[in-house]
Design a protein around this ligand. Structure first.
Ligand SMILES: Cc1ncc(C[n+]2csc(CCOP(=O)(O)OP(=O)(O)O)c2C)c(N)n1
Ligand SMILES: [Mg+2]
Length: 888
């Protein structure tokens, strides 16, 4: 990657003439003209079909050379001194936390990144103010100690709070950026590596979407994302860079801290990570700025007329570069310069200490400033800054550039003393062991400089806003059309949902705030009518006449388009959904995302993003369409979702429903809007919908509360009937089978059944657990009765719960059903390709199995003879010896 393959020079004289010509142009007309001519030559090659491949990498030197650097507007010595204070305080935080509790933390990462952050804080980042929306800054998760150190020096944390780092139950600070537990501080959870870069790219695009749709003003705000070089190996890190390049997101600046190490050792011991990343990002259409060498190298590079130093820089691999910083100047003289006698001679005038002090670019405020300034100015492309640093910078023998330094959270007093000496910090000898926090003396020049940076930024960063905008949810009666009977007309619950969504899009208050998000499945869900109605967002509008231009719902792309069409890209769609669902905080504008996708490719595929969404206090709707293990006809094992409700149940802020009817969907969506937009609750909703058609009854009286809380009686059997009685629970698509089973029980076996629609076992369980907990902690108070128990209070007979999900879903409420026998039928096992009917037979969730289960439960309760169960098995042709689907 570093070298263009060698070619045989067939005519050295001709070569020399060309080179001389180029040198002449360079000398007399400058670099710009030279590059123009090279481009012209390449263009000529292209137009004659030459296929010349230009290298994607540049030499291993700073992109901005010393001569092009802008004047540095700060005081270098002052900035380096302040960096040292921050490094010290970050180290103190970790060492002190570890000393009192063993909870630890990371020192080496922030030590390497200090200057990268601080140049941003002092000169570039802009806080949110009344007049300006603020930049969005993604902090690398485990560099949090340094961010706390800064906040401490800003007066936002006390020493007592600092000493509670990683002791959140005592009111201390979170280990990493977590808006859920520190909602006034952190905005973006980043420590699950790879998610930060992915989400940052989509934040940048969503910012542009809001600007294009005129929901926020275009103010030149930026998204900054600070990443690790090891983190670049995460597929998610690079997953969105093509999108960012394609969409020309010049509001996105990524800073990769290339300290050459990850947790176990070198990121690329045998090659150079900076060169690799340069080619990857450039290939994706990014502006790449490399910051490799500090100012100390300027002179050496300037004098490098024969290119020997540059060649040596290119030849050394990262494994060597790491060792150069773990050893001293004498080692570097010998092993870096010394391999070439000419280079050895060139540094003969420098002492070993001077050679050792030749810094990496990422530790030099002047170089970092030049790169950030270039990124701020650059239009039409996102920028990545590849900054070379030293992991554990300043830790000296205690861990600088050591393979083991990532997890180092203890340092001896001698090592701490050495760091103090190296950075000339005002810590008296007798206090070194204590590792005291350092304050900037009020009124001191350092303090004045530090405060000036905060004043320039216009406030503190990071800072998370709770969002104040309140939107009023449309009242339930405005959904009247969805609460009515369909008069026997059958349509899927997906279609019922799409109708609710269409109505919301037309709502004059909420409509413009609704953000439909789809990963290339709109037609599957019958949503293509929305293309024309609200348009698909495209920053450049539509540069072509679409194939279906003459049709009613053509593929309309538009700068003001409302739909985010993500392509086959669930992770990107999820990231857009998160950006939209947190806009109430990041942009002060509440938007309501509805992300509709194949349910199997939801929590299972993007579960970590869903968890991050919970952390980020995302508000919005996830719609798992084509759901159910048996409901998707003809698909198969990798499509048939029978467990997303198990996965969704583990996210505390996710409110999950498996509705069956149009009115249930309307009630749930309305209540979700109320809770999220009106009551500002930091929850999000997950609804599964199906593509199986059904008739939709009118909403019965008095069931609203039950729908929302998770269950209501849909059909009651004759009240004083003395015959054996059962309670049948059904949900989603399987409710249909449950109703049919109730009829069979009555007609074939004279058993009375009450039928319940259970919209959310997960919500029922949560309520049950809370009630149980309250009772446990209040043993002397009158004990409370949970919702499930209250619902079942006047019912009789065993309960049979059937679902298109795993048995674990209804099993969630087993502790709360009291003494009634509770039997669950579910779809444990891998899915299959077949018809609904066949699959429901296989998984034993069809009407016949429900009847058999109901009769067996009555027999076990002594209310029927086992013979009647055997009769049913025979009557319905159930094979008692069939292998369980769960074991296949
Ligand atoms: C998805 C994920 N996998 C693993 C980890 C554990 N982990 C935290 S930091 C780290 C190494 C980071 O290396 P790099 O990205 O180079 O950052 P540096 O500390 O060197 O700046 C690892 C493996 C994680 N946080 N997230
Ligand atoms: Mg690293």
């Amino acid at each position: 990657m570093d070298r263009i393959p060698d070619h045989v020079d067939l005519d050295p004289q001709e070569t020399q003439e060309w080179l001389d010509a180029m040198s002449g142009v360079l000398e007399h007309e400058g670099r710009g003209r030279t590059h123009f001519l090279i481009d012209e030559l390449l263009q000529q090659d292209k137009t004659t079909g030459g296929g010349y491949r230009a290298a994607l990498t540049t030499p291993y030197v700073n992109t901005i050379d010393a001569a092009q650097q802008p004047a540095f507007p700060g005081d270098v010595a002052m900035e380096l001194a302040l960096d040292s204070y921050l490094r010290w305080n970050a180290m103190a935080l970790v060492l002190r936390a570890g000393r009192h509790s063993g909870v630890g933390g990371h020192i080496a990462t922030y030590a390497s990144a200090t200057t990268l952050y601080e140049v941003g804080f002092r000169h570039f980042f802009r806080a949110r103010t009344d007049a300006f929306g603020g930049d969005l800054v993604f902090i690398q998760g485990h560099s949090s100690p340094g961010i706390y150190a800064r906040a401490f020096m800003e007066g936002r944390f006390t020493e007592a709070q600092m000493d509670l780092f990683r002791q959140e139950t005592k009111g201390g600070m979170a280990s990493y950026p977590h808006p859920r537990t520190m909602p006034a501080f952190w905005e973006f959870p980043t420590v699950s590596m790879g998610l930060g870069p992915l989400m940052a790219a989509y934040q940048a695009r969503y910012m542009r979407y809001l600007e294009d749709r005129e929901l926020i003003p275009a103010q030149g705000r930026k998204v900054w994302a600070f990443l690790g070089d090891g983190e670049q190996d995460q597929p998610e890190t690079l997953a969105a860079i093509a999108m960012a390049g394609r969409e020309k997101l010049d509001n996105l600046i990524v800073v990769v801290n290339c300290n050459l190490q990850r947790l176990d050792g070198p990121v690329r011991g045998n090659a150079k990570i900076i060169q690799e990343l340069e080619s990857v990002y450039r290939g994706a259409g990014w502006n790449v700025v490399k910051v490799i060498w500090g100012s100390g190298w300027d002179r050496l590079l300037q004098d490098d007329h024969d290119g020997r130093l540059r060649q040596r820089m290119m030849d050394a691999v990262d494994g060597e570069y790491q060792v150069f910083k773990a050893r001293d100047g004498a080692y570097v003289r010998e092993h870096f310069f010394g391999v070439d006698p000419v280079l050895r001679e060139r540094v003969a005038h420098l002492s070993d200490d001077e050679i050792g002090a030749l810094a990496r670019g990422g530790h030099d405020p002047v170089k970092v400033y030049a790169a950030y300034a270039a990124a701020m100015k650059h239009g039409g492309q996102p920028t990545v800054i590849l900054a070379k640093t030293v992991k554990g910078y300043g830790m000296g023998a205690a861990g600088e550039a050591a393979n083991t330094n990532h997890q180092q959270k203890k340092m001896t007093a001698d090592a701490v003393r050495a760091l103090r000496d190296r950075f000339a910090l005002p810590v008296p000898d007798d206090q070194v062991e204590d590792v005291p926090y350092l304050h900037l003396p009020p009124g001191s020049p350092q303090d004045a400089y530090f405060q000036a940076g905060i004043a320039r930024a216009g406030g503190h960063i990071p800072h998370r806003s709770a969002g104040t905008e309140t939107l009023v949810a449309p009242p339930l009666d405005s959904f009247a059309a969805h609460l009515k009977s369909s008069d026997g007309r059958e349509y899927s619950s997906t279609m019922a949902f799409v109708r609710v969504l269409s109505q919301l899009l037309k709502d004059k208050d909420i409509g413009p705030r609704v953000v439909p998000i789809v990963p290339d499945e709109s037609r599957t869900f019958g949503m293509d009518g929305l293309f024309r109605q609200v348009g698909i967002h495209s920053h450049v509008g539509q540069l072509y006449t679409p194939q279906d231009a003459g049709q009613l719902s053509y593929y309309k792309e538009d700068r003001q388009g409302q739909i985010l069409q993500e392509g086959i890209n669930e992770s990107g769609a999820m990231s857009s959904w998160i950006a939209a669902g947190t806009a109430y905080s990041t942009h002060g504008v509440a938007t309501v995302p509805f992300y509709i996708y194949y349910s199997m490719f939801g929590f299972q595929r993007t579960g970590d993003l869903a968890w991050a969404a919970g952390d980020m206090r995302t508000r919005g709707f996830l719609i798992g369409a084509t759901s159910g293990r048996t409901t998707l006809e003809g698909e198969g094992l990798q499509h048939n979702d029978g467990h997303s409700h198990v996965l969704s149940s583990v996210i505390p802020s996710c409110v999950s429903y498996d509705p069956a009817y149009s009115y249930e969907i309307a009630v749930i969506v309305q209540d979700g809007l109320r809770r999220m937009l009106q009551e500002h609750e930091d929850v999000f909703y997950y609804l599964t919908v199906v593509n199986e058609k059904t008739a939709h009854p009118a909403m019965p009286e008095g069931v609203r509360e039950g729908i929302v809380k998770g269950m209501y009686r849909l059909r009651e059997g004759p009240v004083f009937d003395p015959k054996p009685r059962v309670q049948l629970f059904g949900s989603g698509a399987i409710l249909k089978e449950v109703l049919a089973a109730a009829d069979l029980l009555r007609d074939d076996f004279g058993v009375v059944a009450d039928v319940w629609s259970v919209t959310s076992y997960t919500e029922l369980r949560r309520e049950g657990l809370e009630t149980e907990r309250w009772n446990r902690l209040h043993p002397l108070a009158p004990q409370r009765t949970g919702f499930v128990q209250r619902q079942l209070a006047s019912t009789a007979g065993p309960i049979i719960a059937a679902t298109d999900y795993m048995k674990a879903v209804p099993d969630q409420i087993r502790p709360f059903v009291g003494s009634q026998r509770f039997v669950t039928l579910g779809t444990d096992g891998f899915g299959r390709s077949d018809t609904r009917e066949a699959l429901r037979g296989l998984f034993e969730v069809d009407r016949h199995h429900i009847v058999v289960a109901a009769l067996k439960a009555l027999a076990d309760d002594g209310l029927l003879r086992p013979q009647e169960v055997a009769d049913a098995i025979a009557k319905y042709g159930v094979d008692p010896e069939a292998r369980s689907a769960a074991l296949l």
